[in-house]
Design a protein around this ligand. Structure first.
Ligand code: NDP
Length: 308
């Protein structure tokens, strides 16, 4: 099987490439930078999509880059790095004489309105209510294939929570302060903390690329099948903080108040840390995906202590 992975050089993409490689698949990355085993944006646009069985888009300028001030130019990069790449890949799929069997887009749970009580499944109704939910709306819309192509190419959208793993994402930024005993809850701490281990996110993507992942059989409906990319365990930020502190044997007595995060990051993106959604992977489980790390204890144990 051959897969084209956009954003494959990043944190999740590296894990997915490892997993697909382990199963004997050949992966070509689509990247801004040329190199062996890669094609660039420009090549994709000029030469079209090389023959492949599956396509995945994982690209996107990091939203929580502490080195960048949250301003109009940053917002523009966050939007265009996701929406333009998704549109380009969807157009390339639609224009291909042999479109791939599966097309998987990774977005996020920011579409669901943060709440302490609401529970969201894949079919939950939502309308954009802020900048990041508008981003998800436009991002997912950009992925839709014309009806004739959607007859043969399965479209899947995976909405992950915070992706936990040793080599990137939030953990990479959190580990040092926690090791130093400076970790603490973010904002109130009572907010839900939807999360997934990076190996499980790669697993859900690989599962979606395969033929048998739809609970309804081959997906020939218009639109994409949505899967929530979160672990089945439901945790709050407080529970995550305490569990991480316990696993490291470090105190977690330094909460970071919401106003500090708002001042440091800008309130639009600090919201990702200070608020959260209770998200259930209902359809993901119904497709038969079996989580390797369904609870925080097992996920943190692997991230902190396993030898690879
Ligand atoms: P990374 O930041 O590790 O990597 C994303 C990739 O996107 C990079 O390798 C890069 O590829 C490409 N990229 C970065 N900036 C730009 C840009 N300005 N224009 C075009 N391409 C760009 O992301 P993750 O692996 O952590 O996340 C993958 C996807 O999952 C992202 O879309 C992210 O929004 C989403 N997601 C991630 C979560 C997380 O906790 N990590 C949570 C929820 C969703 P290259 O340099 O090769 O071009």
């Amino acid at each position: 099987m051959r897969d084209r992975t956009r954003g494959g050089s990043g944190f999740v993409g590296r894990e997915l490439t490892r997993l697909l490689g382990k199963h004997g698949h050949e992966v070509t990355l689509i990247s801004r930078k040329p190199g062996p085993g890669r094609i660039t944006w420009a090549q994709l646009q000029s030469d079209g999509l090389p023959p492949c069985d599956g396509a995945v888009n994982l690209s996107g300028e990091s939203i929580l880059n502490p080195m960048r001030w949250w301003n109009e130019s940053y917002r523009k990069d966050v939007f265009s790095s996701r929406i333009d790449t998704t549109r380009t890949l969807a157009h390339a799929i639609a224009a291909s004489p042999n479109p791939p069997r599966s097309w998987v887009l990774i977005t996020g749970v920011a579409c669901y309105k943060p709440s302490l009580t609401a529970e969201y499944i894949e079919d939950s109704e939502w309308t954009p209510f802020d900048l990041l939910s508008r981003l998800v709306k436009e991002w997912e819309a950009a992925a839709l294939l014309p009806e004739n192509v959607a007859q043969t190419t399965k479209q899947v959208v995976i909405r992950p929570g915070v992706v936990l793993g040793r080599d990137g994402g939030a953990m990479k930024q959190m580990l040092l302060p926690f090791w130093l005993g400076l970790g603490g809850t973010l904002g109130p701490g009572t907010q839900p903390f939807p999360w997934i281990h990076v190996r499980d996110l790669a697993g859900v993507i690989a599962h979606s690329l395969g033929p048998g992942s739809s609970p309804d059989g081959p997906d020939v409906r218009p639109g994409a099948q949505v899967l929530n990319g979160v672990a089945p365990a439901q945790n709050t930020n407080y529970e995550f903080t305490k569990e991480l502190g316990r696993a490291l044997g470090r105190p977690t007595v330094f909460p970071v108040p919401a106003f500090v995060l708002n001042a440091m990051l800008g309130s639009e993106r600090a919201l990702v840390l200070t608020h959260g959604q209770r998200v259930t992977p209902k359809r993901t489980l119904e497709t038969g995906y079996q989580y390797q790390y369904p609870d925080l204890g097992s996920a943190l144990k692997e991230i902190l202590f396993s030898r690879r």
